[in-house]
Design a protein around this ligand. Sequence first.
Ligand code: ADP
Length: 739
Amino acid sequence: MSTEQSHQGDQDKQLLAAVDQINLADDFQGALVALATEAGRLLACDGTSVMWLNGDELEVLANHGELAPLSGLSLPVSQVGAARTALDGNRPAVVSDTVEDLHWRCIPGEERVRAWLGVPLLLGDRAIGLLEWTAREPGQFGDDAVERAAILTRYAAPILYRTQLLDDSRRHLRELLQPRQAKPAQTQDMGAALRKVTREALDSTGAEHAFTFLKEEEGLRLRCVAAAGPQHQELRKVILRSDGSFGGLAAARSTDRGGAGPADGEVMAALGITNALILPLRAGKEQVGMIGVAGPRGGRSFDQGTIRLMTHLASQASLIVERARQSKTASDGYDYEAVFQSSPLGLCVLTITGDIQACNPALAGLLSRADRNLAGHNLSDFLASGDWQRLVRALEEVAFSGQRQQVDTRIQSAQGEQRHVRLTLAPAPSLAGPPRKAQVAGQRQGEMGATLVAVLEDITSLKILEQERVEHLRELREKHQQLQDLDQLRTRFVSNVSHELRTPLAVIKLYATLARKGRPEKQTFYLQTIEQETHRLETMVENILDLTRIDRQTLRLHPESLAAEEIIAQVLGVYQETAEKHGIELTNHVQGNLPRLLADKNDLIQMLTNLVDNALKYTPRGGQVWVAAREIGTIGQASQTGQTAGDQGSGGRPMLEIAVGDTGAGIADDEQEHIFERFYRGRNNTPERSGTGLGLAIVQELMAHHGGRVILKSQVGRGSIFILQFPLAQPIDTSPSPE
Ligand code: ADP
């Protein structure tokens, strides 16, 4: 084996070992460091760095050796050696001697670098970054070195990419598993990072002061956020106007890569500074502050190396501010915790079994719990009994289907008060993890230990309104039905009335003709009939008017003290002749004086007339009709088994009962409750028994107006008794009642 061959073999081994080392790293950062280190070992050089391509910028992610840019820097591609050539051509680029390279001279602060080698990190033909070697000796990187560098990057690039992907996946997974873990405060992070950069500025430039100022939100002032040096405490307190002060001037000059600005008179004088190098900090296109170093009076001015260093530090600080801003907009755009806490709706996070994991104050308020933190309770603790099963079903449904559900339920406060709540249940994917499609087919979300979000809304007043609405609707329906019934009644009324009126009118017309043309000896009979029918007609019209009056509640009683026996005798007197004509025995059983009655005389006459008229009408020839009256001490003595109509509230007060009885057709049991209805006419009617079905309705209405009631006792084929019960104004002495 020749020396050359063995040398080649060693180099191959070295390459292999380098790739192995990088491959051993189990995360991106580790792989980066390994690559920078191995690259440094592979070629004779003074510095290496691994840079990541980010748009048109190269970000230094790892470095090794003395002659390397600082980690964290973001540099325009054009400012990194011959990076542009390397990246555009997807091949290594070499600068043998920077002194001879025109482009290189435009990059300040790189005087120590004399030789440069850059190899793009390629994934296929896509560049993802650049591996850079620097050396103090010109011509350091020959063909051999370039070749070996190319081999290393070819193998290293996919390894880096793989570890980066792995890291990304790990981070995502961590975020999913611990989503509620408080993120480190970005501002704190930023402050610490800026302090580090400021300290580095002081240490690496040898200046006396180093400081970083950031614009306040309104952009009118610059506040010192980091300072280093003997007077860092004084500096930290400084707030500068952003116009006219040295910070402001730096901002105005931000285009010229930040030269030294004149010192602000007061601040500089107070600190004894005459020399300052200030560079602007940028986030995107916006200038957000400045970083600077300052020297003592009479100190040396800042050389190119310091300017170069400070340029790097300024871009590092800019990056820090920009990242902090980005993550603030991305994650803290809304303070979700604050929203959760201050929401007027009750909010809680539940397990599928209803265990409360977190809740907001509004929920505790809704449940009237003094304990603001209900975590650890189960929602069932607060539900009204009987409502839990429904909620369990809804919880399961939501967990398994992933669909939202709404349940109206009742909760019980600590004081026992019940309130209606509307529960909107939704799956909480961000807490339980997003639906994992890669999971075993058929496995559903609920089986992954689902977490749900519940929104509770107090709908008690809504429920009350709803109940009122239902009640109102029911009343309206009832009223509507009543109106319909009334309408039907009216229609029947009109047809009945016109029919009934027609009968006596026809009789009157006929007998009037007979009176004119008939036999003279029958004149009296004709006229009597006309008189009788006119009277009937009159009664009927009166009946109708009475009912109309009662309907309109315009009936005004004219009560007077009456001797009932006199009225009874009077009415029976009128009907005596009719009774005889029909072969019916009409008897008055009232004997002696009855207690005086306070009633409307016309009404009493009308009621008795209606009843006696009916009794005669529904009693066949040979039958009997009678009237009796008596005082009773308590109501019900005569009416325990009878059908009652009218006022029920006479209690045990003294009463006067007037009964009209007959031995006529009687009324069937199933009809007894109907015969007091208007226009109701019973089955016992025959064509000869004319009527309107209004008589008993009038009796019942009038009795009600007199504070009394009507009682009916009847048996088909045996007869009927209608009893009028009038309350008496004063207690009465017991005296024999007539039968
Ligand atoms: P009408 O004009 O039909 O007599 P009412 O209101 O006076 O109207 O009576 C209603 C119904 O009650 C009658 O149609 C009849 O069927 C029944 N009725 C009333 N009084 C008697 C009675 N004394 N005997 C039997 N049935 C009666």
